[in-house]
Ligand binder design. Structure first.
Ligand code: XMP
Ligand code: MG
Length: 193
């Protein structure tokens, strides 16, 4: 059985996504020239975007990973965010941290991560998100993404790292699933992004 039969519509093709990663990678290489760049990928959703983005970055940098989780019921986040892993870079003083995320939704995850790195004394903390859903932003969230691949409307998207029920991350494009797929599989458990 192929995953493709669950797809209703493709929003961003492989070519679109390659272009986005390239554009942002070049911008970041320019902006962080002569800085001490540490790119932090938020697992698991950003992993494919991270792999493409970092190969478009032409300046020296370090990479690291962090895991953030929230409770999900189907496609709705509860708003409780927990950070379950620490960076392998223990002392972030002097690092210009760029957090790489798959999608900025309510913004609570990136608010929490930005607060953590700022409190730990990073030289700067900025955000690069592949997708942004500005309509969904929690009014209490103060962070703004510096780099945005594309804005999406308020629809649940999958592929290129993004999941539904931990599946579809391996689709090479981003799209939406047929409504019957969302309706038959609802769940209520802790999920890694
Ligand atoms: P917040 O709300 O904290 O959450 O900005 C961001 C996380 O929510 C998940 N998310 C999605 N995942 N398709 C997905 O596969 C979506 O359309 C979507 N919207 C939000 C995602 O894990 C992201 O890191
Ligand atoms: Mg997710």
């Amino acid at each position: 059985m192929s995953m493709l039969q669950d797809i209703q519509e493709v929003f961003y093709s492989q070519e679109d996504l390659a272009q986005i990663a390239n554009r942002l990678g070049h911008q970041i290489s320019h902006d962080y020239k002569d800085r001490n760049l540490l790119i932090v990928s938020v697992l698991k959703g950003s992993v494919i975007f991270m792999a493409d983005l970092m190969r478009s970055i032409t300046i020296p940098c370090k990479i690291d990973f962090i895991t953030a989780s929230s409770y999900h019921a189907g496609t709705e986040s509860s708003g409780k965010v927990s950070v379950t892993d620490e960076l392998s870079v223990k002392d972030v003083h002097g690092y210009d941290i760029l957090i790489v995320e798959d999608i900025l939704d309510t913004g609570r995850t990136l608010q929490k991560l930005s607060d953590i790195f700022n409190k730990k004394g990073a030289a700067s903390v900025k955000i690069c998100t592949l997708l942004d859903k500005p309509e969904r932003r929690d009014p209490s969230v103060r962070i703004k993404p510096t780099y945005v691949g594309a804005e999406v409307r308020n629809e649940f998207v999958v592929g290129y790292g993004l999941d539904f029920d931990q599946k579809y991350r391996n689709l090479p494009f981003i799209g939406i699933l047929k409504p019957e797929v969302y309706n038959t599989e609802t769940q209520n458990e802790e999920e890694s992004h």
